[in-house]
Ligand binder design. Sequence first.
Ligand code: FAD
Ligand code: FES
Ligand code: MG
Length: 277
Amino acid sequence: MFKIVKRQEMSEGTVILNEIEAPLIAKKAKPGQFVIMKANETGERIPLTMADADPEKGTITVIYMVVGKTTALFKTLKEGDAYQDVIGPLGKATHLEKQGTVVCVGGGTGIAVLHPITRGLKEIGNRVITILGARNKDLLILEDHMRAVSDELYVTTDDGSYGRHGLVTDALRDIMEKEDVKQVVAIGPVPMMKFVSLLTKEFNVPTMVSLNPIMVDGTGMCGGCRVSVGGTTQFACVDGPEFDGHQVDYDELMKRLAAYCEEEKECYNEFCTLEQA
Ligand code: FAD
Ligand code: FES
Ligand code: MG
């Protein structure tokens, strides 16, 4: 069992942070890697990125957005409760390199995934410019954490309730026009990664994205997480989750992510009805 030692709610309870006792995973975890977790015997297993890992304390931290049945079930777990299974670290660690000026672009819970990568890029001596995007001010997470590991930080909101009114790509274009940017890292909703990649292609700046296809086993066995990158089939759980953003077939990824939408909705509604009863 994997005990929750700290639990925090963010964004009006839609985003939850769990620090979990998992000493063996904490010892090996590197930025960019994820775990697959399940709450109980009959629960679904889902992948979540490790936003942090503390090998001294023997804990890992995950930050997730409540979007459906399993994340809603996870939300019911309190401090002191435990997950039945946490498997990891899974996936390849991020390749971090000192390059000069790098721009990290995060949206939604992608910001949680981006945080350890941004910290790693800063620690090895890059000048890090960060752009965070959210639909509105209340949905923005980890601004202070990201500011602490960035040289400059900009926020955009779709509705103008905080920071610059607009999309992350508006802020990114301005930066690309005046700075010698060596690399962009973009992690967030698939459309965001797609449009960031289209923009950085115009400027010919290498771009790394972290993909989130549906995963089942997380070890390269089931093929559920397959994505097309540069015309080849890759398994995001073992070949990724990070890929060259200019090579990804985002439209196929969006189609595959939506494959079980109806069933997921039904399942979530059933769970909410049972919770209220
Ligand atoms: P559902 O209603 O079942 O699904 C909602 C949507 O989530 C689906 O339409 C689909 O797009 C996606 N999804 C559903 N099942 C899976 C699955 N088994 N694997 C992947 N995606 C699925 N989310 C976070 O909030 N924080 C993270 O740090 C984070 N890291 C991730 C790292 C990786 C490598 C991957 C692949 C995904 C990550 N996700 C993260 C997404 C997270 O796994 C999904 O939001 C979660 O599985 C939704 O489960 P649900 O039952 O609550 O919702
Ligand atoms: Fe099964 Fe990647 S999740 S092959
Ligand atoms: Mg689900």
